[in-house]
Design a protein around this ligand. Structure first.
Ligand code: ADP
Length: 379
């Protein structure tokens, strides 16, 4: 009868309503944003949650289609994402991938995008899928990766360190033993003086090495401590500690730094950097040149201060240029150092968010250029 039919229809409607509610509660529970892509028209329908996840609650769906959606995918993920979905469409299967989507804030967040293609006849008609915010997990993964890279670097350095340090510390000891032995058997007083001078020399070399190792360890362990620094005065302090060496080598020092130039930086780190670079410019001077000089220039170029240490010393051979900043690397026989100076300078500059580069020509001279943030408290 009509009434029975009416009742059955109402019953069906209630069941349908219940089922719809159950479905939407389940979807809400997953916090997933749902989309439906009509592959024939390229129209894209998205749920309110989808818009919310992208921070685009007020987005107008009518302008949304698969073409405009593509531009929400991070450029680095876009091609991979498109080809994966296209394959799923061709093979009439499911797809799942992790992609970054653009937020209305202008930054990207990671989502897990999963979907399934449905066929009508043999032509794919719809793709229905969901996106779930996985940004926090991805960020944690990235942090873990970064930490791992850091750890691997530290491990490699430790290996190199143990290997080279044993050499660098044992070599002067062996020399010392030899010199002591010579001193014991000599009868000539003049010779004894020479041996003593050589011994003192070796002890100084070892002391320098230990000081460099301490500098390295300080830089990697201690927090960056910023204060207002006058660059000119700081440079003068470093130079006065090196003036004995400069006089001995006959190197003329010119400083071109405005007396009013100030930085917000870490003073002890800045002094280590300046000391290592200036000491090198003095050490690797070219004694065959009648006029030997070293210039220290600085000028602000927001947000950096550009510092240049220029010398007309022996220069560096092309083949060694990209190695000089490596740990324990020496590019010349003339080095009596540890090969740590430039490595420590580079690491220290990096700790201050700066950069160092070198231009050098063998027989002509070298220029080391440093970009240092004027204000290290700004990040
Ligand atoms: P070290 O001076 O102890 O050997 P560094 O790490 O300070 O170690 O420098 C690495 C190498 O780079 C040096 O052995 C030297 O060959 C080269 N070098 C550094 N600075 C200069 C410079 N100003 N002029 C020429 N060569 C340099």
């Amino acid at each position: 009868t009509l009434i029975e039919n009416q009742k059955a229809l109402e019953q069906l409607a209630t069941e349908l309503e219940k089922s719809k509610n159950r479905f939407s509660m389940a979807v809400d529970g997953t916090k997933a944003g749902i989309y439906e892509w009509n592959i024939l028209t390229n129209q894209l329908y998205v749920s309110a949650r989808f818009k919310f996840l992208l921070g685009m609650d007020t987005m107008d769906d009518s302008t949304l289609n698969i073409e405009t959606f593509r531009f929400l995918i991070h450029p680095e993920d876009r091609n991979m994402a498109i080809s994966l979905v296209n394959t799923a469409v061709e093979l009439d299967t499911t797809y799942q991938h992790e992609i970054r989507l653009l937020q209305n804030t202008g930054s990207y967040r990671w989502f897990l995008d999963s979907g399934i293609v449905s066929l009508k006849g043999s032509a794919p008609q719809l793709a229905v899928g969901s996106i779930i915010d996985i940004h926090d997990r991805k960020s944690a993964e990235q942090q873990l990766k970064d930490k791992n890279v850091e750890l691997e670097k530290a491990n490699r350095e430790l290996d190199r360190f143990v290997y080279s340090a044993s050499h660098d510390m044992r070599a002067p000891l062996t020399t010392l033993l030899g010199l002591i032995h010579l001193a014991q058997i000599t009868y000539i007083p003049g010779e004894l003086d020479t041996y003593h001078t050589m011994m003192i020399d070796r002890i100084h070399a070892m002391d320098r090495f230990i000081k460099e190792v301490t500098d390295y360890s300080r830089n990697s362990r201690l927090e960056v401590k910023t204060e207002r620094i006058n660059l000119r005065t700081t440079t003068d302090e470093v130079i006065s500690a090196l003036s004995f060496l400069a006089n001995e080598a006959g190197v003329e020092i010119k400083i071109e730094i405005d007396i009013s130039l100030e930085l917000n930086s870490d003073k002890s780190r800045l002094k280590v950097i300046l000391n290592n670079l200036i000491a090198n410019a003095i050490k690797y001077t070219d004694s065959s040149k009648p006029r030997r000089f070293l210039k220290i220039q600085a000028k602000p170029q927001e947000p950096y201060c550009i510092l240049r240490i220029v010398d007309n010393g022996i220069g560096i051979q092309d083949q060694y240029k990209d190695k000089i900043f490596d740990m324990f690397f020496r590019a010349t026989e003339k080095s009596d150092g540890s090969g740590l100076g430039l490595y420590i300078a580079k690491e220290t500059i990096q700790r201050l968010q700066g950069k160092i580069t070198c231009q050098s020509e063998e027989g002509i001279g070298s220029t080391f250029e440093i970009l240092l943030p004027i204000d290290s408290t700004k990040n």
